[in-house]
Design a protein around this ligand. Structure first.
Ligand code: FES
Ligand SMILES: [Fe+2]
Length: 428
């Protein structure tokens, strides 16, 4: 849920913003300053990245005593796995004089949380254990008053989300409609076998926009087009703060790999449609989930500045496959690493183009309805507007080639409320 209703509008020309959420077919891309201006970036940090954001796969923080700090739009957050196996997320700020407890981006392992400045020491549950020095002589000093500030956090199917603002509303509303699409893959039971990190010279929105369309696939992804028809699939009608759609596999392809072959096995319990398609989801604002028949790929985005974004990409497989002797995930990892790099080159080139004062926001093709969903939602946030049904495109492009239709309502002129409800997982 965005926090734009605080009353601050994004520092962008109103006519350019309005053009970006005009009806699909008439709209234009966001004003170029949305991609290159640090003032807009700061607005997005305060209004978008201060609400529900994904911190990555929860399994990264498996061991008790693991402490990892990560930047959010409302100060940095400290993820801690406790002795009781509970995962907690705290504001990464000492209750003494505000020093960061762990440097941003760093991971430490310790049975206590120790502030590097004056060594105030906290238990892993965030309570203050000891304040060194003569505090014992200070009348009325009570350690129970100085525990760390705990943030709202949810472990949803193995992805850790936090609302650092505490004002973003319920996670169930944020992710409404996702549950029925994701649950069958049981991502919480999958095991991550490889992770790649990329630092890109591009704005975070360019990456999401690129992910939301395959209009570019014929131009830059020859390998992908051998296993998945770029015109296949449909986008879904989102109910919460997410968007996405599916694409079919070619008849000969079992999964997304150079040959189309899989070295793994189907995730147990998938239906016929799920075995023949790949579902691409954006859990707003910074998590991209790619659900394959045999593995789940995750991209987590962390904006660094208007023109730089850190991306972590990971691949998770069923436990039985991940633990199989000699299992080689490179069929999936190498395929997507190449595809990622093809995408990154395009995104970085777009960013360089948008640095030009001559860049004028262009129109979207009918095939780019997914981009429209994202861009119009962002534009409405810039303008202080909430979600609107008219943010959903009224044009459906592409025909299914999988010979089946998805069970979730697809985008049509009449939007039907999905029947599935989201249930947030417990934070473990
Ligand atoms: S600021 Fe943390 S101990 Fe002083
Ligand atoms: Fe791509």
């Amino acid at each position: 849920m965005f926090n734009q209703l605080r009353g601050t509008l994004a520092p962008l020309p109103a006519d350019g913003v309005a053009a970006a959420h005009a009806p699909f077919g008439q709209s234009r891309m966001l004003p170029r300053l949305a991609y290159v201006d640090e003032a807009v970036f700061a607005w997005e940090q305060a209004n978008i990245f201060a609400g529900w954001v994904c911190l990555g796969r929860a399994e990264k923080f498996a061991e008790a005593g693991t402490q990892h700090a990560v930047e959010t739009g409302a100060g940095s957050a400290l993820v801690v796995r406790g002795d009781d196996d509970q995962l907690r997320v705290f504001a990464n700020v000492c209750r003494h004089r505000g020093h960061e407890l762990v440097a941003c981006g760093a991971t430490v392992k310790n049975k206590h949380i120790v502030c590097p400045y004056h060594a105030w020491t906290y238990k892993l549950d965030g309570s203050l254990r000891v304040a060194p020095g003569d505090f014992r002589k200070v009348e009325g000093f009570d350690t129970s008053e100085f525990g760390l500030v705990e943030l709202n956090a949810v472990n949803w199917h193995g992805w850790l989300f936090v609302d650092p603002s505490g004002e973003a509303g319920s996670f169930e509303e944020h992710a409404a409609g996702l549950e029925g699409i994701v649950a069958n893959y049981r991502p919480e039971d999958l095991v991550t076998v490889d992770t790649h990190s990329y630092e890109l010279a591009t704005n975070w929105k360019t990456i999401v926009e690129n992910y939301q369309e395959c209009y570019h696939c014929s131009s830059i992804h020859p390998e992908l087009c051998q296993v998945s028809p770029p015109q296949s699939g449909e986008n879904l009608a989102p109910d919460g703060e997410w968007m996405g759609g599916w694409m079919a596999l070619m008849d000969h392809a079992e999964s997304m790999s150079f040959s189309g072959e899989s070295s793994g096995q189907f995730i147990e319990g998938l239906n016929d449609m799920e075995q023949r398609t790949v579902m691409y989801l954006v859990a707003f604002p910074n998590l991209l989930i790619s659900l394959h028949p045999d593995y789940v790929m995750t991209h987590t985005l962390r904006p660094i500045s208007a023109g730089r974004t850190f991306v972590e990409c990971s691949w998770a497989f069923p436990k039985a496959v991940a633990e199989r002797e000699g299992f080689d995930p490179s069929y999936a990892v190498d395929f997507w690493d190449l595809t990622n790099r093809q995408d990154w080159a395009a995104c970085e080139s777009v960013q360089r183009g948008l640095e030009s004062p001559h860049a004028i926001p262009g129109p979207l093709a009918p095939e780019e309805d997914g981009v429209y969903q994202f861009v119009s939602r962002i534009a409405r946030a810039y303008a202080g507007l909430g979600r609107a049904d008219d943010a959903r495109p009224s044009i459906v492009t592409g025909e299914a080639t999988a010979g089946a239709t998805p069970e979730t309502e697809t985008v049509t002129e009449t939007v039907t409320e999905p029947e599935t409800a989201t249930e947030a997982g417990s934070l473990t």
